[in-house]
Write a new protein. Structure first.
Length: 459
């Protein structure tokens, strides 16, 4: 809303090339709001506005921009300013930018950094992709257990500006091994003459540099922390991970799973930045697989061609029957995939889930079955659409719905367990995939029930 209100005035200042006034007006803005303002401008306007910002404000705002915009700005702004912006970035945010670049561009930007920051950047990039080592920052506060609280507070005042967060202070020994962590609240409330060891309880949680980023998300969720220490193979404290970076990882993971669940390969870049042919390729793969799978539906229909010719009325309910099974399967798959992601259920819980979904499918199928039978009965009261054997047609529809919905819930709930057991992503059991599977088997169930119920009458 702020951006919309002032956008005309900002554009006017840009047209006038009034950089001093722009810098003064925007100096009190928050960095996220400034990033939003930049995104609402044309590229030439963005370049001028970014150049008009003070260095500290420009650096802070730069960290909130999308990766593609960061890369573009670094190519357009003067090299000296690009170097100073990069040098002032948080090491973890800078790593997130550098790891997405090709080797040539990465080396070019690394050469712009000061020797100290270049060494930090290279050390973080040495860690494996998608590991906590790439996510951490080496900016933290560490103290010794024999220090007094007064000395700790003096240390915070002297070095706090260089730390990523002041919420937690870490205790290390002479070899830099992590021995504990202290909340700043504990330190502030302790007497000045007390020692750090008086506050220690040795109950802390730590990440390892080789841990997967998903592990960080799980630990932050389980222990409700704003920052977690990162140790190397020897237990030495080498960095910390903060909640803002973990939220970005969680968002990326949720986006990827949602895209996979929707029946496409996960996009590597934001939607608007994904090249057209890449978008087609990502979507076509699953569409082709699902299309070929749906051909089995036509095969199943052909197998029961004789029954359909004898009782054309059966064909009227095919969309109703197969869609109910697909919908119930998609519901179950959504619930179980999310429960697995949140670790509400584990692999060994599959049998409990199967029993629960079997009963759920039975009840849901019975509800839909009653509605289906009622529909046939209601129409038969006013027309001869279903003929004299309408009660049997209604019973066929009802029993088929019970069986297909039960099968749909079972398939949708157990397929994620199977994929996870095979080491695959459960999100791959997408709604379209489950629906396609249930479509084919649903037809078999439907016409098998019809053969049993309508034999000697319509069949």
């Amino acid at each position: 809303m702020i951006v919309k209100l002032v956008l005309p005035e900002i554009r006017e200042l840009i047209e006038e090339r009034n950089a001093p006034t722009l810098s003064e007006v925007l100096d009190d803005w928050l960095a996220p709001d400034l990033a939003g303002l930049l995104n609402s401008l044309d590229e030439p306007e963005r370049d001028y506005l970014f150049g008009a910002l003070g260095l500290d404000k420009a650096t802070e705002t730069f960290e909130y921009l999308e990766l593609e915009e960061q890369q573009r700005l670094l190519r357009t702004v003067p090299e000296e300013r690009a170097a100073r912006v990069l040098d002032g970035m948080s090491p973890d945010d800078r790593t997130a930018l550098l790891e997405e670049l090709d080797t040539e561009d990465r080396d070019r930007l690394l050469d712009l950094l000061t020797p100290e920051q270049r060494d930090i950047a290279r050390s973080l990039l040495e860690h494996g992709e998608d590991t906590v080592g790439r996510l951490m920052t080496p900016d933290f506060l560490a103290v010794r257990q024999d220090w007094t609280i007064k000395r700790v507070l003096d240390h915070v005042r002297a070095h706090g500006n260089d730390s990523e967060t002041l919420n937690v202070i870490y205790v290390i020994d002479g070899e830099h091994h992590l021995t504990d962590d202290l909340r700043i609240r504990e330190v502030l409330l302790a007497p000045l003459h007390a020692h750090v060891r008086d506050l220690m309880n040795h109950q802390y949680v730590a990440l390892h540099t080789t841990d997967d980023k998903k592990t960080a998300v799980d630990l932050f969720r389980n222990y409700d922390r704003v920052a977690l220490p990162v140790v190397d193979a020897r237990g030495r404290l080498v960095g910390i991970v903060t909640i803002d970076d973990v939220l970005d990882v969680a968002e990326e993971e949720a986006t990827r799973e949602l895209q996979q669940f929707g029946g496409l390969e996960a996009l590597d870049t934001p939607y608007v930045s994904t090249p057209f042919w890449m978008m087609v390729r990502k979507r076509a793969t699953w569409l082709i697989i699902l299309f070929l799978s749906e051909m089995l539906t036509a095969t199943a229909m052909g197998y029961f061609e004789g029954e359909i010719q004898k009782a054309v009325v059966l064909a009227l309910f095919v969309p109703l029957i197969i869609s109910s099974g697909g919908n119930s399967g998609s519901q179950a798959a959504t619930l179980i995939i999310r429960a697995l992601a949140l670790q509400e259920v584990k692999l060994h819980d599959w049998f409990m889930v199967m029993r629960r979904e079997l009963l759920s499918g039975l009840m849901l199928g019975a509800i839909l079955g009653v509605i289906g039978f009622s529909r046939v009965a209601l129409w038969s009261a006013f027309s001869d659409l279903y003929g004299p054997f309408w009660p049997l047609v209604g019973l066929t529809v009802a029993l088929s719905l019970v069986g297909i919905v039960m099968w749909g819930t079972l398939a949708g709930s157990l397929l994620p367990f199977l994929l996870k057991r095979l080491g695959l992503d459960p999100a791959t059991s997408s709604a379209p995939f489950v629906a396609t599977l249930v479509d084919v088997t649903g037809l078999v169930i439907y016409f098998t029930v019809a053969l049993l119920v309508l034999r000697g009458t319509l069949l």
